[in-house]
Design a protein around this ligand. Structure first.
Ligand SMILES: [Zn+2]
Ligand SMILES: [Zn+2]
Ligand SMILES: [Zn+2]
Ligand SMILES: [Zn+2]
Ligand SMILES: [Zn+2]
Ligand SMILES: [Zn+2]
Length: 381
């Protein structure tokens, strides 16, 4: 290690990778099942989470939004709001490199699991026997020999396709997570791509060893793996805080939902009371109307028939007066002595009787008492 390296606790040395494909599968790392660590297990199995959070489609260029949801470029350009959480999408998004790489590794896995198995990436003729995670290539037996000869000093991590097939997608993706090397992006060696192993905290970037040593401005620096672990730990500790926060959010949300439900219940009860009151009121109004109608129809019967009687009487009297007038006129015009002798006393008596008739008094203008009562009750109603 360079002398300026900050001291970082070194993890236990990793076991030597198997350069030769062997039947013994490497022991899986001890599973430290932290609380809730495996809650996404179900989702992890089919990797649906790699799809766009908007349209659900698989995208080659997933973009990670500030709200930490992922959208495909199409959905991102279409919307001003995250379709999942409604956060504004105004803040700049980054490429979701994780999903992008996972997606291509998942495609490799599907090749491994395909019915014919993957073909050799080199000769493209034979079926593949092994997978080199450093080259990210499949090899048939013959091409593997060549590969081993080329990379004999670097000890590439080669595994049998058969063995990978027997494992799970999750295991494959976990095992291949470190397979992509990070190359130094320094402009000082544009021809040569060198793998990074150093991290400069001042520049906040990874460097190859020569770049770090040649430029003193980078000192002091850290081991890249230590920096990766530090970053992971930083995220994990943030995740712990957020988990606590999420629990209090869940509790608060529970209370809010309870309150909303309580109010809805109250509203429902009030609605029921309004309905019942309206029903009672309608019933009341209906029965009152019935009573008033009865009042108008039944009780004034006497007064009404008296008026009708008076009407009929007056009409009859008028007809009789007309008849008397006509008879007297005809008797005068056509009657002789005999008729006068025979009929005059009778007619005279009848006329005298008629003369006693008096026209009816003008009707009372005051309305009958039951009308007034009806009106008052209508007003009260
Ligand atoms: Zn989309
Ligand atoms: Zn969102
Ligand atoms: Zn081959
Ligand atoms: Zn290789
Ligand atoms: Zn470099
Ligand atoms: Zn630097």
């Amino acid at each position: 290690l360079p002398p300026q390296m900050e001291t970082e606790p070194e993890p236990e040395a990793e076991p030597e990778p198997h350069p030769e494909p062997g039947p013994a599968a490497p022991a899986s790392p001890p599973c430290q099942a932290a609380e809730g660590e495996n809650e996404d297990e179900e989702e992890e199995e089919d990797f649906q989470f790699l799809g766009c959070d908007g349209c659900g489609q698989d995208s080659a260029q997933p973009r990670l939004l500030r709200c930490l949801h992922t959208l495909c470029p199409g959905c991102l350009s279409d919307t001003k709001q995250c379709p999942r959480c409604q956060a504004a999408t105004g803040a700049p998004a980054v490429d979701n490199l994780l999903f992008c790489n996972l997606r291509s590794r998942l495609q490799l896995w599907r090749q491994i699991r395909s019915s014919g198995g993957p073909g050799c990436s080199r000769c493209r003729a034979e079926a593949a026997l092994v997978w080199c995670s450093d080259c990210e290539e499949f090899f048939c037996g013959r091409c593997l020999e060549e590969h081993q000869w080329w990379h004999k000093k670097k000890a590439h991590r080669v595994r049998r396709v058969e063995e990978l097939r027997a494992g799970s997608a999750r295991q494959f993706l976990e095992d291949t997570r470190g397979s992509c090397s990070l190359f130094c992006s320094s402009a000082s060696h544009p021809e040569e791509s060198r793998v990074c192993s150093i991290y400069c905290p001042r520049c906040e970037r990874a460097l190859c060893c020569p770049c770090a040593l040649l430029d003193t401005r980078h000192a002091p620096f850290r081991d890249l793996r230590a920096e990766s672990r530090r970053r992971q730990e930083e995220l994990r500790s943030l995740r712990r805080d957020l988990r606590r926060l999420r629990r209090s959010f869940e509790a608060a949300l529970g209370r809010l939902r309870g309150e909303a439900a309580r109010r809805e219940e109250q509203r429902e009860r009030l609605r029921e009371r309004v309905r019942a009151s309206a029903e009672r009121l309608q019933e009341l109004v209906r029965s009152e109307a019935e009573e008033l109608r009865a009042l108008l129809e039944a009780r004034p019967e006497r007064g009404r028939s008296a008026l009708a009687e008076e009407l009929r009487g007056a009409e009859g009297a008028l007809l009789r007066l007309e008849a008397a007038e006509r008879l007297v006129e005809r008797l005068g015009r056509y009657g002789g002595e005999q008729e006068l002798m025979d009929m005059q006393p009778f007619v005279k008596a009848a006329l005298l009787e008629l003369r006693r008739l008096r026209p009816p008094e003008p009707p009372e203008l005051r309305e009958p008492p039951d009308f007034a009562e009806c009106r008052a009750r209508l007003r009260a109603l």
